[in-house]
Design a protein around this ligand. Structure first.
Ligand code: CDV
Length: 314
């Protein structure tokens, strides 16, 4: 029996500040229905899919900031989406800004949730690698305030048995770190889902502008190949409140090849039949962890670590 999973990567175009929550949710539901029409079994939405990417702005008013967060997902604010998905029998990955509120404490995370085709929550993830800065940089054309608006995720990189395979999640900047993929793959991940908001310009490093698209793909293609995983990466694209974000929503095979990619910078579905058994040749042969990650291998690596002086070279 083959394990083919039809996945719809649902890229979001820009979400303007004055778009209501209902309007944004309707856009997601429109893509959900199209994905179901095309017999997708899982739809993957982006990072903070319910709102504009507010870390691009300096916000001092706490009530204004809180309005960008959700406490319970699936919950009242997203009920229409998850209800429709359950009726259509399609699983959902959704990124959102999470507010955990106790009586005396607020905690904020950049989170994602995975819900199965029966409408049950499979698992949650909180972003670990938060880019940017915590202080206001008024001279920049836009801010990158994830270090101010979110805490480092405290759930690790778990994996779950779901959709006929082993699934893990990460969020945006996590995709640039090799340990993200390796820890997920050590947990058995065959499919890694992620959303991103990636500007095509980092104010502090204009010299990297020409490499933004290339490096976006490079890290995920390497991560997929070196860990024998499918990677489904879904962007928020286009010009959002003056910030231009890349598209390039991508489905990447365990071979490291990009097998499907968005062509626009608006709302767009990218659909592919992902064969979860295509992971086997990589996990069992080239990247067989058991055969190549023994204590002996790691002794050989760690004992020889460090910068050598000329005398120490034999
Ligand atoms: N949302 C992100 O994590 N964005 C970063 C940008 C700021 C570099 C990214 O890694 O794409």
């Amino acid at each position: 029996m083959t394990r083919i999973l039809r996945i719809a990567a649902a890229q979001s175009g820009p979400v303007p500040k004055n778009e209501t929550r209902e309007e944004t949710l309707s856009r997601l539901i429109r893509m959900l229905r199209k994905a179901a029409d095309q017999k997708a079994e899982l739809i993957v939405f982006t990072e903070c899919a319910l709102t504009p990417f507010f870390p691009h702005w300096w916000i001092e008013d706490e009530a204004e900031l809180d309005a960008y967060y959700d406490s319970v997902v699936p919950g009242v604010s997203t009920q229409a989406l998850f209800e429709e998905a359950r009726k259509l029998g399609i699983g959902v990955h959704l990124g959102y800004a999470e507010l955990c509120q106790n009586t005396d404490q607020k905690r904020r995370f950049n989170s994602s949730v995975l819900v199965n085709q029966e409408g049950e929550t499979v698992g949650r993830f909180r972003k670990v690698h938060l880019p940017g800065h915590a202080e206001h940089r008024p001279d920049n054309p836009f801010q990158n305030l994830e270090k101010r608006y979110f805490e480092v995720g405290d759930l690790g990189f778990p994996t779950w048995n779901a959709f006929g395979g082993v699934v893990g999640m990460c969020i945006c900047n996590d995709r640039r770190w090799s340990e993200t993929y390796r820890v997920l793959a050590l947990g058995g991940a065959e499919l890694i889902l992620l959303g991103y908001n990636t500007p095509d310009h980092i104010p502090e490093h204009p010299e990297l502008d020409r490499l933004v698209d290339f490096q976006h793909q490079l890290c995920m293609q390497a991560g997929a190949y070196q860990n024998g995983c499918w990677v489904v990466a879904v962007g928020k694209a286009g010009l959002e409140e003056g910030v231009s974000q890349i598209g390039l929503t991508s489905i990447i095979a365990p071979s490291g090849e990009i097998v499907a990619q968005s062509k626009t910078r608006g709302d767009e579905l990218v659909i592919h039949d992902c064969d979860l058994d295509a992971t086997t040749v990589y996990k069992k042969a080239m990247f067989n962890f058991e055969a190549n990650r023994s204590p002996e291998h790691y002794r050989a690596i760690t004992e020889q670590r460090g910068v050598k002086t000329p005398e120490s070279v034999q």
